[in-house]
Design a protein around this ligand. Structure first.
Ligand code: DAH
Length: 322
């Protein structure tokens, strides 16, 4: 009898010191496990004097019940994950579902598309795996032409390339329909470039093409200026510099001034008569302008990103800022 009280009072102090589920389990084994102190005490029952047996048995059962109840209470206060009672702190902020978003380059491409759509341009698409003919030949860049060296091409076969620019879409569109034409063609392009802060072996361009009976270089400048204002705000400036491209004459490049710096955005010019000839459009009757804008460049300027590779590493710490 005395022994039962001793076990019980030891248990009472033991359980007060328990702070983990693991400790509680140890204690359970110690007291009411198969060889636990209470369990083995039952085996002494047979040695107890007959007159004392009922009292001893009742004491033992009472101690066992109390101990089991104490275990139950402690277990729920510790927040057992195995048991049915889960402890939760209702004052903690809820766990939010991760919300995805568009990649910054897609956001910028969408913005560019919306601006040109509002100017009356339609949106075209073309293959990224392109033939030599569309990527070069029809754009007035014959096989021997030194201009091919301007673009480090990734060849699949001698006649099939990963397109080095979006300009082949000009040819595909002009083969299919006659002027007036007013399109843009955004997409991915490829070059054999070693990646650095301003180069990536793939990047993004938006081609623009406008063909009609009275299209002039002034129209090109006006559209580019209007685009820059919509994209970068009223303070953005545009400057044109003379340049060379085989598929335009005259040719130019333009830079946009924004956030205190100039950034080269695009090549452009008046569609070369040889390009019109290759698609059966009469260069005497029609004129046109074209441009090929770097989407990544626009995004770098707009968001002040200094390394193009950041767009392609897919690090969420970078991407979630947009
Ligand atoms: N395709 C040229 C490039 O990737 C860019 C370009 C220049 C496109 C002049 C044009 C253009 O449409 O008229 O370097």
């Amino acid at each position: 009898m005395h022994r039962i009280h001793e076990i019980k009072s030891n248990f009472d102090s033991d359980i007060r010191n328990v702070s983990t589920i693991e400790q509680l389990e140890e204690l359970r084994v110690k007291y009411i496990g198969r060889k636990g102190l209470i369990t083995t005490a039952f085996t002494f029952l047979k040695d107890v004097e007959a007159s004392q047996k009922p009292k001893f048995g009742a004491e033992l059962n009472k101690a066992k019940k109390e101990i089991e109840a104490a275990f139950g209470k402690k277990k729920s206060s510790l927040g057992s994950t195995k048991g049915s009672v889960v402890k939760m702190d209702v004052t903690l902020p809820g766990r939010k579902n991760y919300l995805g978003r568009k990649h910054p380059l897609i956001q910028v491409a969408d913005e560019i598309k919306n601006i040109f759509k509002s100017f009356g341009f339609s949106i075209e698409d073309g293959p990224e795996i392109e033939t030599d003919y569309y990527n070069f030949e029809a754009l007035n860049i014959p096989k021997s032409h030194p201009a091919r060296a301007m673009q480090d091409t990734l060849y699949i076969t001698e006649d099939i390339v990963l397109r080095t620019h979006t300009s082949p879409v000009q040819i595909r569109v002009m083969e299919e329909r006659k002027p007036p034409i007013r399109i843009i063609a955004p997409g991915r392009v490829y070059r054999r470039d070693t990646p650095d802060a301003t180069h990536s072996p793939f990047f993004h361009q938006v081609e623009g093409l406008v063909v009609g009976e009275t299209v002039t270089f002034a129209d090109l400048k006006g559209v580019i200026q209007a685009f820059a204002h919509r994209m970068f705000g009223k303070d953005a400036k545009v400057r044109f510099r003379p340049s060379f491209f085989p598929f335009t004459e005259p040719s130019a490049e333009y830079d946009v001034w924004f956030n205190g710096k100039w950034m080269e955005i695009s090549g452009c010019g008046m569609v070369h008569p040889n390009v019109f000839k290759s698609v059966g459009i009469d260069p005497q009757k029609y004129s046109g302008y074209a441009f090929g804008m770097g989407i990544d460049r626009v995004a770098m300027l707009k968001y002040n990103v200094k390394d193009i590779r950041l767009f392609f590493e897919n690090d969420l710490r970078f991407l979630s800022q947009f």
